[in-house]
Structures are given as structure tokens and as C-alpha cells.
Design a protein. Structure first.
Length: 587
């Protein structure tokens, strides 16, 4: 059977095997690969789909190939199952199921990688395990790796009511000692590094700031900070704006920042997206690539509208084929219609974030309203007037710092979803005021007729005199800010008292003297499990069939592949359904 275009446009790195990752990786951020393998702590920051996972996995694979020369052990770790841990109630604060699972996951992946890259050391590793566990066996590595995986499975899937049951579930008190706290875990890693003469271990934590719940994020980055050591380097993929680092972790101090920036005016950035597309599409069809590049405006528009996101460019190409665009000569208007269709799907995805990023649900709703019904229409009117008088055009707006701080979470959710790009360097906007320049995603710029075509990009300017500015006194900003008052996280334990606050410094209520307690929020795990199957990225026909057997996503999440199989849903479709469910729960 012939492959389809979709086989070459797999838009998630997780769908690519190691060989394809190395084959399809385009060298645009080479210095970042070196940074991901050095001895420093880093936060790799970028919007969804810009290539963080591809970069991390490529760094891991390239380092693995060089292992014999430098003895750097690269360990890539995905935490997509972490949300399952939320269902375990914590009644004993001395046992943290999330931290135990996190450390267990890291240890399991480290042992696997050590076995893979240094097979000659297995006898020494068995001797070390003999020493730790007081046993003698040639298969200690296999034995304890299996025990560790079983324990992780218990944490993820078993019916545990609360965390007091974990003491009975954890195999061997020696493993319990290793996973007891971050300090004992770090000590074990240091001994492992010394015993096997490693230069260092590099942990590549993928999607750490997205799959974790808000409270898990704070715990994780406190743990991240604890692991700091000359021989242990931690790197974590994070998103702009929405990551909760907690009060014990300081960005820039506890970990340096690496941003995956992209700019449509940078020829190297445009060439990067073009090279990504060329590699994939030519592998499938030289004719397709010829039709895309016959008119330079077509391929340039696709690359610019990607906004640095290869995944979005893949979706554009996919929709061109679905609309039979490759059967005829591609026109600019046809392409704009295609991009509009694809971006409408992106808006739908943005709206579904309200169900996952519950803390930001109101900001997501108001952000969409502000961008769609205020900023973009105003920008279009602004450019129309300036175009008539042959003045410089605009593709963004300035947000005064005071206004931005009021709506920081709103702009963070838009930036996270790649709807906007924020230049976080302050610029003077006159009258002793400063602001940040916010660029609108080029897809919106073209499909909403803010600019007519890519040639007009050359006539744009970011100078304040050529752009609109929004202030705290602007009606649209005042209106949105009034709707987004912060939710109170703490309240008085006295039911007869109405005191609530967002400030965690209060221990006792200033009104009645009773103890302050934290508001309890429903587990994100439970919320997502209750969502309907129609939320999954699968066809309506498949959804209809699944609804005959499953009532919500939670039931599908618990089901194995055999349970999902039914009429018209066999091996391949059942696997795709299961993958879609896991992706939905992990984000």
C-alpha cells in the first residue's frame, strides 16, 4: 500500500522514530543543542508546536552517538502520565506520590539509558545493586527495573485511595530510601555517576510545564532546583507566561532561559521553515514541492504564516491536499482561504484550553474577544487609513506596561498558543510611559485583511509613531480588566466569615482570628476524565461508534487497545484512538 502525505507530515515528534527524527531534523538552533548538553540548568521556552521536543530528542540522540567519546549520559523523559497521580489523596504529608512518581520515572529512564549506552557496565551495575539491596544476582538490573516499572504502574493505574497505602506498595525498603526525598535521590545519582565514570547526566524534561497540573509544576521546579550539581544538568521545556515556578524557584537564577524565537523578517528563520517543508514534501512527491514553489509568493506566505511553528505549516499543506489544491495551479486567494480554514481550527483548539487551563479560563475567553473584536479590527482600520496616505503600516500594537501587568495572564495564554508574539523588552511610547510590542500572528494579519499580501510586510514599522498603543485608561483595556479580577486562593476557615485573599502570607484571618485555609479545587484529572469523547481529535463517525460503548474520555483512558476494538475500529484505528486520548489528557 502506498504511503500518504500524512505519513511524511507527522506533526508530533512523538510519532517519529529515532531514525526519522535525525533524518528530518533541520539545523536551525545548533547552539541550542550544545546548550542542552552542557553542564548548565536551562529552561527551553517556546509556544506550542515550535519544535521543543524535536530539539530535545535530537540533542539526546546526537549525544548518544557521541557517548563513547565524552561519557555524557543523555536521558530524555516524558511525563505525560503525571496527571493520573492527581487522583491519589494526600493525607500524610511525609509521603508525596507526585514526587515519588517523578523520581521513580527519572530513575527508571536513567537505568534504561545506562544499559543502552554502556552495556559493558551491566556487571558493575549489578554489583552496585547487590550492595544496595543486599542480594546477589546476575539479573539485578532487570529485576529492579521491573520492580520500579511495576511501582510506577501502581501509582498511575492502581486503585489507591490515599497516599498512606504507598508504603505497602513500594517494593523493597531500599528503593523507598532512594525515592524518599530529593536529597537521597540526588545522592544516589551522584554515586551512579562516580561508579560508572560518567562526565555528567543530562536530564531533558520534555513538556514539564504543560502536562503537570498547576500545583505539580511548583513541586517539580522546586525539585528541579534541588538536583543542581556539577555532574547533573537539568533542562526543561516550558511555555511562555503560563508556567507556575512557585516561590522557591527563580528564573534566570536557578536556571537560565533559552527562547525559541522566530521573526518573519529574518531570512534565516523563513529559510528554516522552508527547509523543514522541503525535506518532508520532497520525500513524498517532487511534483508537490514543484507546485508549491512555482510561485514564490505561495511558499513564502506559508512559511511566514507558520509563525515559526512547523506543525502549523504541515496543517496548511495537509489542507491544500484535502482541498485538491495540488491538482491545479495554486493561487494566492486559494491559499489565503486554506490558511483561514486551518486557523479556524486553531481558534477552536484555543477555546478548548478553557477546559484544561482552568486557572486561565476567563483570560482565554477574554483574550479571544479582545484580539478578534478589538485589536484586529482596529489594526485593519488603522492600516487602511495609512495605506491611503502612503505611510508605514503596522502588524502589531504597543501595550503600556501598566496595562500589560493588569492583563499579563491574558497575553500569556495568547502567546502560549502562538496567537501573538510579545517582545518583552520595554520601549518608550512617549509621555514618560513604556510598553511592550505585541505582534499578531501573520495568519491573522493576512486572513483578516490587515495586510493584503507578503509584499506589504516591507512597508511595516514597529516605531511607536507608526503603531497604535493601548493604555490602562483605554476603554477596551479597562473593560477586560474589570472582568478579570483575580480568583481568591485563600479563605477564612470560619464559615460565618467572608474574608478571602490571594495573598498567602496570612496565617490567621485579620477579621475574626480563625485559621486561613487554601481553597480546594477539583482535580484536573477528574475534570478531564469527565469530558465527552467528542473533544478528541478523531472523526465524528469514530466518535459516534465509541459513544455506543464509552460514556466519557476517562473510560477510554482506562481501556486497553482490545477494549476499544469494535466494528470498523480495529488495530490501527484503536491505536489512534488511544493515542488521541493520551494526548488529550496530557495536553
Amino acid at each position: 500500500m502506498n504511503n500518504s502525505l500524512g505519513d511524511y507530515l507527522l506533526d508530533r515528534t512523538e510519532s517519529l522514530n529515532d531514525e526519522l527524527i535525525l533524518k528530518y531534523f533541520i539545523n536551525h538552533n545548533d547552539e541550542k543543542i550544545n546548550r542542552l548538553l552542557d553542564s548548565e540548568q536551562y529552561l527551553l521556552e517556546g509556544s506550542r508546536g515550535v519544535g521543543k521536543t524535536m530539539l530535545m530528542k535530537t540533542a539526546m540522540l546526537k549525544s548518544s552517538l557521541e557517548f563513547g567519546k565524552n561519557n555524557i549520559l543523555p536521558v530524555w523523559i516524558s511525563f505525560e502520565e503525571s496527571i493520573r497521580i492527581e487522583r491519589i489523596s494526600v493525607v500524610d504529608n511525609s509521603i508525596d506520590p507526585f514526587l515519588q512518581w517523578t523520581m521513580g520515572k527519572i530513575l527508571a529512564e536513567t537505568l534504561i539509558k545506562l544499559k543502552e549506552l554502556k552495556p559493558a557496565c551491566i556487571s558493575e551495575l549489578n554489583l552496585k545493586l547487590d550492595k544496595i539491596f543486599g542480594t546477589t544476582s546476575e539479573n539485578n538490573l532487570e529485576k529492579y527495573s521491573t520492580l520500579l516499572e511495576d511501582y510506577l504502574g501502581i501509582l498511575e493505574r492502581a486503585d489507591i485511595k490515599d497516599n498512606t497505602e504507598l508504603q505497602q506498595k513500594l517494593p523493597y525498603h531500599e528503593i523507598r530510601n532512594i525515592l524518599d526525598n530529593p536529597q537521597s535521590f540526588k545522592k544516589f545519582l551522584q554515586e551512579l555517576i562516580k561508579d560508572f565514570k560518567l562526565q555528567r547526566i543530562v536530564f531533558l524534561f520534555d513538556e514539564a510545564a504543560h502536562v503537570f497540573s498547576h500545583s505539580q509544576q511548583e513541586k517539580f521546579f522546586t525539585f528541579f532546583k534541588t538536583l543542581r550539581d556539577p555532574s547533573i544538568a537539568c533542562k526543561a521545556a516550558v511555555y511562555p507566561g503560563i508556567t507556575n515556578y512557585g516561590k522557591y524557584f527563580e528564573r534566570g537564577q536557578d536556571a537560565k532561559e533559552l527562547r525559541l524565537d522566530w521573526n518573519w523578517s529574518n531570512e534565516n528563520d523563513i529559510r528554516y521553515i522552508k527547509d523543514v517543508l522541503k525535506k518532508r514534501i520532497q520525500d513524498y512527491s517532487n511534483d508537490y514541492w514543484h507546485k508549491l514553489t512555482l510561485n514564490e509568493e505561495i511558499i513564502n506566505t506559508i512559511c511566514i504564516c507558520s509563525n515559526g511553528n512547523p506543525r502549523f505549516a504541515f496543517h496548511i499543506i495537509d489542507e491544500i491536499e484535502n482541498s485538491k489544491g495540488f491538482e491545479t495551479k495554486l493561487s494566492n486567494q486559494f491559499l489565503i482561504n486554506i490558511i483561514r480554514t486551518v486557523f479556524n481550527t486553531k481558534w477552536k483548539e484555543f477555546e478548548t484550553l478553557k477546559k484544561r487551563l482552568l486557572k486561565y479560563s476567563n483570560h482565554i475567553a477574554e483574550g479571544e474577544e479582545l484580539l478578534k473584536n478589538c485589536i484586529i479590527p482596529n489594526l485593519r482600520t488603522w492600516n487602511n487609513k495609512r495605506r491611503d496616505s502612503k505611510r508605514k503600516l503596522s502588524i502589531g500594537v504597543y501595550i503600556a506596561t501598566e496595562a500589560y501587568s493588569k492583563l499579563e495572564k491574558l497575553f500569556a495564554t495568547l502567546e502560549y498558543s502562538n496567537m501573538i508574539n510579545v517582545d518583552h523588552s520595554k520601549k518608550s511610547i512617549g509621555h514618560n510611559k513604556y510598553g511592550f510590542y505585541v505582534t499578531i500572528n501573520p495568519s491573522l494579519i493576512f486572513t483578516d485583511l490587515v495586510l493584503k499580501d507578503t509584499s506589504e510586510l516591507k512597508t511595516t514599522s514597529i516605531a511607536i509613531e507608526n503603531n497604535q498603543a493601548y493604555y490602562i485608561t483605554s476603554e477596551s483595556i479597562k473593560d477586560v480588566a474589570s472582568k478579570l479580577s483575580e480568583a481568591d486562593d485563600f479563605k477564612c476557615s470560619n464559615d460565618l466569615c467572608d474574608f478571602e485573599t490571594t495573598d498567602e502570607v496570612y496565617i490567621f484571618c485579620p477579621k475574626c482570628g480563625n485559621k486561613i485555609q487554601k481553597n480546594e479545587h477539583q482535580s484536573l484529572y477528574k475534570i478531564l476524565r469527565a469530558h465527552g469523547i467528542e473533544n478528541l481529535s478523531i472523526s465524528k463517525k469514530i466518535v459516534t461508534r465509541l459513544e455506543e460503548k464509552f460514556s466519557n474520555i476517562g473510560e477510554l483512558y482506562d481501556a486497553n487497545i482490545e477494549d476499544i476494538k469494535m466494528k470498523y475500529i480495529k488495530n490501527i484505528r484503536a491505536s489512534k484512538v488511544k493515542s488521541s486520548v493520551i494526548e488529550y489528557m496530557a495536553g
